[in-house]
Design a protein around this ligand. Structure first.
Ligand code: GUN
Length: 296
């Protein structure tokens, strides 16, 4: 296996964070504005606590201001909506992220759609989803698919005419990923758990994006020789020795033998998500200051 088959998302994300930090410094110098990111965590989900801590640390490292709001697991929908309204009205806050999943007494869609679209750095608001889908107006693009697209363009250059298969149809990854690939002139198939002959469909792909949340579901013989494989999955499994281990949605050891290029787990797509969140927050602050989007 040659090392250059591995798409190093960790290194790319570090470079992107460096570029974000430069744009943040330039905005401060030009307009006296410091981009601010508010992260809201409801409850005590351990994985979410880790994400939120990492987000806050990297936000500050990029020169942006971080506002953290930790609410009890019993928080009502009204209380959370009231906090979102406060953040919408706060000029120091350019990006708002409400960490998902939310406790079951809260309607996640109602909360997401209460965020001002210009501050919706997750790109989950219906207005941003609609802008992405139609090309009408500038959307905030969801962070994980945006990160995948950056890695693909970095590796492959022009994506025109390539056959892309996205496995998974979530609003957070699968659907926006398909739209971004379509906008880049790829020929796109969205496959999912009910797709007939899923392995055969995947074998058609020059670009295969796996975003299903099932450990090592995509096998080596589902991959077309030379294809570029992007693994969005982050699944914690137990090894036969009883230890915890992170694996993707792709059976890496098999797939790497066949693929032309592949993202590892960890160290592939994962680090790109937070880096793209910071990029979106910088973009939101530039827009709020009446400037063109920064080139990142
Ligand atoms: N939970 C896990 N990943 C994400 C994300 O990218 N955004 C939000 N809001 N919640 C998450």
């Amino acid at each position: 296996m040659s090392e250059d088959k591995i798409i190093d998302g960790k290194a790319f994300a570090a470079g992107l964070r460096g570029r974000v930090a430069e744009k943040v410094a330039a905005l401060k110098a030009a307009k006296g504005v410091t981009p601010g990111l508010a992260v809201v965590l409801v409850g005590e989900d351990p994985a979410s606590q880790v994400y939120v801590r990492n987000k806050a640390k990297q936000t500050v490292e990029c020169g942006m201001e971080s506002f953290e709001h930790r609410l009890s697991p019993e928080t009502s929908q009204e209380e959370l909506l009231a906090l979102v309204e406060t953040l919408n009205a706060d000029a120091r806050v350019h990006g708002i992220l409400v960490q998902l999943p939310l406790p079951k007494q809260i309607d996640a869609n109602a909360v997401i759609n209460a965020i001002t679209p210009a501050k919706d750095v997750d790109g989950f608001h219906v207005v941003n989803a609609g802008r992405l889908m139609t090309g009408a107006g500038k959307p905030m693009v969801p962070c994980t698919p945006l990160g995948c697209l950056m890695l693909l363009k970095d590796r492959l250059g022009d994506l025109s005419g390539k056959n892309a298969v996205v496995v998974g149809r979530s609003n957070i990854v699968g659907k926006p990923m398909a739209q971004l690939l379509l906008d880049a002139n790829a020929t796109v198939t969205i496959a999912h758990s009910r797709t007939a002959d899923l392995p055969g469909v995947c074998r058609q792909a020059d670009i295969l994006v796996a975003a299903v949340g099932r450990p090592e579901m995509v096998k080596g013989d589902w991959v077309k020789p030379g294809a570029t494989v992007i693994d969005v999955g982050i699944n914690r499994i137990e090894t036969p020795e009883g230890k915890g281990k992170l694996v993707g949605d792709v059976a890496f050891e098999e797939a790497v033998q066949v693929a032309g290029a592949i993202t590892p787990v960890p160290g592939g797509v994962g680090p790109m998500t937070i880096a793209c969140l910071l990029a979106n927050c910088a973009t939101a602050a530039y827009r709020a200051a009446g400037l063109e989007d920064p080139e990142l």
